[in-house]
Design a protein around this ligand. Structure first.
Ligand code: SAM
Ligand code: SF4
Length: 344
């Protein structure tokens, strides 16, 4: 394995990871593992998926080299750790600490199902974690078991509490609604989030399940989500210029000042403002969740590629980004890898 150090410059030039449509990637999503301790039905089948072989998963040293390159040379300003379930990675706290020590320090975020967070939230914050998203689709223990095929709701709720107690603010909750399963719970989830003081965002279900069973007419659309939420109070859109490249459209819940987010990834795509690039657990750069091609940095790195060579390969991968995900195109093909292997 190469031990070549990453060159750290005083600050990365802006706009390095640019594509042909004028977008610049500054937000790096890093999948730390494709494994998970839940089996959410919209993500993977009950038996799970064939996991990546252990020797293909990047080590902390390799992750740091690539993330360091992104931060110091390629204009990455935000690093989000995800998976699979990133908390399954035993060396997560030292990794967070090492990323937090990079110069310039990126904003450091984690997307997790919350299981096991209760006893790690404080250590993660101490190590430099700035932001957290916790996935929670239901407050009903039976529905949780139907949806995730595991009886772990109390662990997730304990994780949410621990994140707040550790000082993460805001704690963001990601929710996917499935028709006939948990869609009736949208108002209760909103009332709960308001009472808990956490930010709630609903995400339209995307064609990224390992089983390839997503069906557009089964998806609960953003319009339907808002109809259900308006039971709590009238929803007023936040000014659109407050949205920037953030995918969530936010709505003020009448008479409360609380803002709820809706991510209409399918029905109102935000590809034109996308600033993301992804690194999979096995070291592939993906310029889009829905991309059907990847750029293999792991093989190049393990074969001894220099930082300049890795950076050039990364730049080429982002330059080839397509203008949109094309879900509505009749020729759309779901990527071979599921969301759990790409990094959500
Ligand atoms: N295991 C962690 C978790 O659940 O937060 C991180 C990985 S998970 C793939 C990241 C996010 O993707 C979660 O909020 C999850 O609900 C969401 N997700 C997974 N499959 C999805 C799908 N088919 N459509 C929309 N969101 C999905
Ligand atoms: Fe695991 Fe997250 Fe997929 Fe659920 S959505 S199965 S928690 S990776």
């Amino acid at each position: 394995m190469s031990t070549q150090p990453t060159t750290i410059s005083a600050g990365a030039p802006a706009g390095v990871l640019a594509d042909a449509y004028g977008r610049v990637a500054t937000d790096l999503r890093v999948s730390l593992t494709d494994r998970c301790n839940l089996r959410c039905t919209y993500c993977m089948p009950a038996e799970g998926v064939p996991w990546l072989p252990g020797d293909e998963i990047l080590t902390n040293e390799e992750l740091l080299r690539l993330i360091g390159l992104g931060v110091s040379r390629l204009g990455i300003t935000t690093v989000r750790l995800t998976g699979g379930e990133p908390l399954l990675r035993k060396d997560l706290v030292p990794l967070v600490a090492a990323i937090g020590a990079l110069e310039p320090k990126p904003q450091l975020a984690l997307t997790t199902n919350g299981i096991g967070l209760a006893h790690r939230a404080e250590a993660l914050v101490d190590a430099g974690l700035d932001r957290i998203n916790i996935s929670l689709d239901t407050l009903d223990p039976e529905t949780f078991t139907t949806l995730s095929r595991r009886r772990r709701l109390p662990d997730v709720l304990a994780g949410v509490r621990a994140a707040r107690e550790a000082g993460l603010d805001p704690v963001k909750i990601n929710t996917v609604l499935l028709r006939g399963v948990n869609d009736h719970e949208a108002p209760d989830l909103l009332r709960w989030a308001m009472a808990e003081g956490v930010h709630l965002r609903f995400i339209e279900q995307m064609p990224l399940d390992a089983q390839h069973q997503w069906q557009r007419d089964e998806m609960v659309t953003a319009v339907e989500i808002m109809e259900r939420l308006s039971e709590v109070g009238p929803l007023t859109p936040e000014r659109s210029d407050d949205r920037g490249s953030a995918p969530a459209e936010r709505f003020v819940v009448g008479g409360t000042g609380y803002r709820v987010g809706v991510i209409a990834a399918v029905t109102r795509p935000f590809c034109g403002a996308c600033d993301r690039v992804r690194l999979t657990a096995d070291g592939q750069i993906r310029n889009c969740l829905f991309s059907r091609t990847e750029s293999d940095l792991r093989t190049a790195m393990r074969a001894g590629a220099s930082d300049d060579e890795l950076a050039a390969q990364w730049i080429r991968a982002v330059a080839a980004k397509l203008p949109g995900h094309g879900i509505d195109d009749p020729t759309f093909l779901q990527p071979d890898r599921p969301m759990s292997a790409i990094g959500g």
